[in-house]
Design a protein around this ligand. Structure first.
Ligand SMILES: Cc1cc2nc3c(=O)[nH]c(=O)nc-3n(C[C@H](O)[C@H](O)[C@H](O)COP(=O)(O)OP(=O)(O)OC[C@H]3O[C@@H](n4cnc5c(N)ncnc54)[C@H](O)[C@@H]3O)c2cc1C
Ligand SMILES: *[C@@H]1O[C@H](CO)[C@@H](O)[C@H](O)[C@H]1NC(C)=O
Ligand SMILES: *[C@@H]1O[C@H](CO)[C@@H](O)[C@H](O)[C@H]1NC(C)=O
Ligand SMILES: *[C@@H]1O[C@H](CO)[C@@H](O)[C@H](O)[C@H]1NC(C)=O
Ligand SMILES: *[C@@H]1O[C@H](CO)[C@@H](O)[C@H](O)[C@H]1NC(C)=O
Length: 456
């Protein structure tokens, strides 16, 4: 792995290009274009508008809200596009809403600290309406190509109503196309022999079809743990294969924990410990890969399923600094996307000057060496994780974006631990911010999915 790392860095060093992008301090770019109208793209739209930049958002679907909109379609949507949302019924956020709220746009008082997915979707639509963003959002515009055309960007998209392709010029690009759409599938022996159903959690919609069935869940990330709580009482047997060390709750008498899978057979699965279980349905909760099929080589970014590089401040395309990425960082709260969106808008508006390309590259390499010293690998290059509060401070000192208070990082850290200690009950608490550094938390179990925001 260390070799891959070094050669990758070396290749990168050989490929420095001369920057021809036009970014002038004090002068906004003529036109910015945003790809995607989920949480990140809506944040970018709000700040571009606030900073006085002319902009258009291209959104593939007929809707804003991205992965927070529940869609009953599986695989492809009503317009034949790959289904972008991974939302399912009865979802509640796994992080307190305070870490997810846009800057200075809190949920109404009385909203549970862990609102339902439906409530979060309503919040996003409310935000779009409140800041009057819809007028600059072009729906049903599926971006298929972004290329550098010498002095600005050519963006090509397909209108899903006419199926016609259009190319438009943009001086600045914000990529906000999401990171949880393309399933990551493990390769497991014998999978083609298995006669039951296999899906990825991306395609999971609701627990009801699994009533009285023998279900195997693979993985214990956010989706795997969540689906375990949703399915344990309705299935006849829930087999959960994973290797997470955590305080496993008493899900139900029919819940069985298993180690990693060894192989599939026609009617079940053999695990690494040699045991066998008969299985009807398998749900792979094995996460997602990055996916940017529209980024042409001329963008200068190296983009794989696992990472995007080289990005300055985890946001700016160093080879073409008129392109930013919002929502690609790992190990962060949603508020980071809000900060990256404001940072992008401030850059497009000419509010601050980036270091020169060589300096940005040097800083990026310092980040890479720092990761390497911590035993991390190139796949972690988009990880912010425990550096999050410093990161917020850095964006603020460089570009003057509103400083996210340290208390959000405190809440994030507490929640991450608490969730693994008390999986079945951690959402039955409410949080309140006392000041920039402190919060309080108390037990407040509710029935159902209350949401004070009306659907709009
Ligand atoms: C099931 C699930 C639950 C989650 N729960 C939490 C949680 O509780 N707490 C938390 O902090 N985070 C959670 N997340 C993380 C979530 O990704 C963020 O909350 C946030 O929604 C990311 O927003 P985004 O705008 O970056 O991406 P998305 O919401 O994915 O939006 C991307 C948008 O871009 C559009 N798009 C994509 N490709 C193109 C294209 N080529 N052309 C035009 N438009 C395009 C899509 O249609 C979509 O509207 C969850 C994620 C998932 C999948
Ligand atoms: C960019 O688009 C314009 C207008 O459609 C076209 O004339 C030009 O050739 C394109 N440039 C590239 C590099 O594709
Ligand atoms: C639009 O572009 C896509 C490729 O991205 C192509 O498959 C399709 O045929 C084009 N549509 C038209 C009407 O030319
Ligand atoms: C399953 O149902 C029991 C009885 O209603 C309940 O106490 C328990 O919390 C449920 N388990 C989960 C994981 O929801
Ligand atoms: C914050 O900025 C300092 C100084 O430029 C830099 O060394 C550090 O790596 C940055 N940290 C993060 C998380 O951005």
């Amino acid at each position: 792995m260390a070799r891959t790392f070094l050669s990758c860095v070396t290749v990168f060093c050989l490929l420095i290009l001369e920057v021809t992008d036009v970014l002038t301090v004090g002068k906004p770019v003529n036109r910015a274009c945003v790809i995607g109208a989920g949480y990140s793209g809506l944040a970018a739209a709000r700040y571009l508008q606030q900073y006085g930049v002319t902009y258009t958002v291209f959104e593939a679907t007929r809707h804003v809200g991205g992965t927070w909109r529940f869609d009953p379609h599986v695989g492809t949507d009503e317009d034949g596009l790959p289904l972008f949302t991974s939302q399912y019924k009865y979802l509640r956020t796994n992080t307190p809403r305070h870490t997810m709220e846009y800057s200075s746009f809190p949920f109404p008082e009385g909203t549970p600290s862990y609102p339902s997915g439906t409530c979060f979707y309503r919040y996003l639509k409310l935000f779009a309406n409140k800041f009057d963003l819809m007028k600059n959002i072009q729906l049903r515009s599926f971006v298929t190509s972004v290329k550098w055309a010498g002095d600005r960007w050519n963006v090509t998209y397909m209108k899903t109503d006419t199926r016609n392709n259009h190319t438009e010029q943009c001086d600045f690009i914000v990529v906000a196309s999401g990171e949880y759409r393309l399933p990551s599938w493990p390769k497991i022996e014998g999978q083609n022999l298995f006669r039951g159903n296999i899906i990825h959690s991306h395609d999971y919609k609701e627990p009801e079809p699994y009533a009285n069935r023998r279900v195997l869940l693979v993985g214990a990330g956010a989706s795997g743990l969540d689906l375990a709580t949703h399915l344990s009482n309705i299935t006849s047997k829930l087999v959960h294969s994973h290797h997470l060390q955590y305080n496993q709750p008493n899900f139900s008498p029919t819940y069985v924990k298993k180690p990693d899978i060894k192989e599939f057979t026609s009617n079940g699965v053999i695990f690494q410990d040699g045991t066998f279980e008969e299985i009807d349905d398998v749900i792979f909760c094995t996460g997602y890969e990055f996916d940017h099929p529209f980024l042409e080589q001329t963008t200068g970014v190296t983009s794989t399923g696992k990472y995007v590089l080289p990005l300055y401040q985890q946001t700016v395309n160093i080879r073409h600094p008129t392109m930013t990425f919002v929502g690609m960082s790992k190990g962060v709260i949603n508020r980071v996307m809000d900060a990256q969106a404001e940072y992008s808008a401030a850059l497009a508006a000419g509010k601050f000057q980036l270091p020169n390309q060589e300096t940005m590259l040097k800083m990026w390499l310092d980040h890479v060496y720092y990761l390497q010293a911590q035993g991390k690998k190139i796949v972690d290059v988009n990880l912010i994780g425990n550096q999050m509060d410093i990161y917020f401070a850095n964006l603020t000192s460089e570009a003057g974006v509103v400083r996210a208070p340290p208390v959000l990082t405190e809440i994030r850290d507490f929640n991450a631990k608490n969730r693994l200690e008390d999986l079945l009950n951690y959402r039955d608490y409410d949080y309140e911010l006392i000041d920039d550094k402190h919060y309080k938390r108390w037990y407040n179990k509710r029935e159902g999915f209350p949401c004070p925001i009306q659907d709009s």
